[in-house]
Design a protein around this ligand. Structure first.
Ligand SMILES: [Zn+2]
Length: 275
C-alpha cells in the first residue's frame, strides 16, 4: 500500500520481477493498482543447487499467479518447503491457504494461527538462511527478513520499491514505524544490507539511501501535519480529512483513504506527545 510522493530513484512501469540476486527470484503478481504499484512481489528464495525453497508472500487469492510461483520453483528443480508472510494484508497473504494446498508447505507469520515467527528467529531452508527482523508500524504484524548471503533485506510493505508506505492506523502505529526505520537504517549502515527486496515495486539497489529518504519523508510529512492542524484543521469537524485535503492535495484521490490512515496515525502520534 502506498501514498505520498515517489522516491527519487524509482523507475515507474519497468519492474517485471525475475531473478535479482543469486538466491532471490521475484514472481510478480498481475494485480497492479495505485495501492499495489506494479503488483505484489512474491519472492522465491533458493540456495544455489538446493531442492527446497522458501516463498515469501504468495500474494492475493489469484490461482494463475499461485500456480506460476509453484511452476517457477519446479523449473529450478526444487519444491516449496516453507511459506512466510511479511504481514496479513490481503494482497500478500490472502492466497496463503490455497498456496499451502498446492505445495503442502506450512505457512509461517506472526500469529493468526500460523506457525509463529518472532524477532531474531533464524529460518533455514535447503541451506539458505533468513533472519527475522520485527518491523512493526505499517501493521503491528509486519516482519522483514535479512538474507545475509546476498546482503539483502526483504521488507514487505515496510519499505517499498517506489513511493512511500502507509501507516495503517489503528493497527499500524507511527512511533513503531519510526523505530523500525531506525532499525533498518542500522542494518544498512554497516554494509550488512545493501539492497532491499520490497513487497511492491522494483528492487532497491541502494538500501541506505532509500531508508534515509523514508526517514526524511516521514519527518517532513509529520511537520506538514503539525502545521495543518495548527492552521485550523484541528478545529475542523473531521480533522483527519481536513489534513488530508491540505497535506495530500498533490496525490491522486484514489489513495486518499490510505493517506487518511497515515494522517490518523500521525495525529495520534502528535497528540500523545503534546501532553
Ligand atoms: Zn500491507
Amino acid at each position: 500500500m502506498t501514498a505520498d510522493a515517489p522516491a527519487p530513484s524509482a523507475a515507474a512501469g519497468e519492474w517485471h520481477g525475475g531473478q535479482v540476486t543469486d538466491r532471490a527470484l521475484c514472481v510478480l503478481c498481475p494485480n497492479p493498482s495505485p495501492m499495489t504499484l506494479d503488483g505484489t512481489n512474491t519472492w522465491v528464495l533458493l540456495e544455489p543447487g538446493a531442492t527446497e525453497a522458501v516463498v515469501i508472500d504468495p500474494g492475493p487469492l489469484h490461482e494463475t499467479h499461485l500456480q506460476a510461483v509453484v511452476d517457477a520453483v519446479a523449473a529450478r528443480g526444487a519444491r516449496v518447503a516453507q511459506t512466510i508472510l511479511t504481514h496479513g494484508h490481503a494482497d500478500h497473504a490472502e492466497g496463503a491457504e490455497r498456496f499451502a494446498e498446492l505445495t503442502g508447505a506450512p505457512t509461517r507469520a506472526v500469529g493468526r494461527g500460523h506457525a509463529d515467527l518472532g524477532d531474531g528467529d533464524v529460518v533455514t531452508v535447503g541451506g539458505l538462511e533468513l533472519r527475522v527482523v520485527a518491523t512493526p508500524g505499517h501493521t503491528s504484524d509486519s516482519l522483514s527478513f535479512a538474507l545475509p548471503a546476498d546482503h539483502a533485506l526483504l521488507t514487505g510493505d515496510t519499505v517499498l520499491g517506489r513511493g512511500t508506505t502507509v501507516v495503517a492506523h489503528p493497527d499500524g502505529e507511527l512511533a513503531a514505524y519510526l523505530s523500525s526505520l531506525e532499525r533498518i537504517a542500522a542494518l544498512t549502515g554497516g554494509g550488512g544490507v545493501t539492497s532491499i527486496l520490497p513487497g511492491h515495486g522494483p528492487v532497491v539497489p541502494d538500501a541506505s539511501a532509500m531508508v534515509a529518504f523514508y526517514r526524511r519523508h516521514r519527518a517532513e510529512r509529520l511537520e506538514q501535519v503539525r502545521q495543518a492542524l495548527a492552521d485550523g484543521a484541528a478545529q475542523a469537524p473531521d480533522p483527519v480529512q481536513a489534513v488530508v485535503e491540505t497535506v495530500y492535495a498533490d496525490v491522486p484521490r484514489e489513495v486518499w483513504p490510505a493517506a487518511a490512515q497515515s494522517v490518523a496515525a500521525q495525529v495520534e502520534y502528535l497528540r500523545a506527545r503534546s501532553h
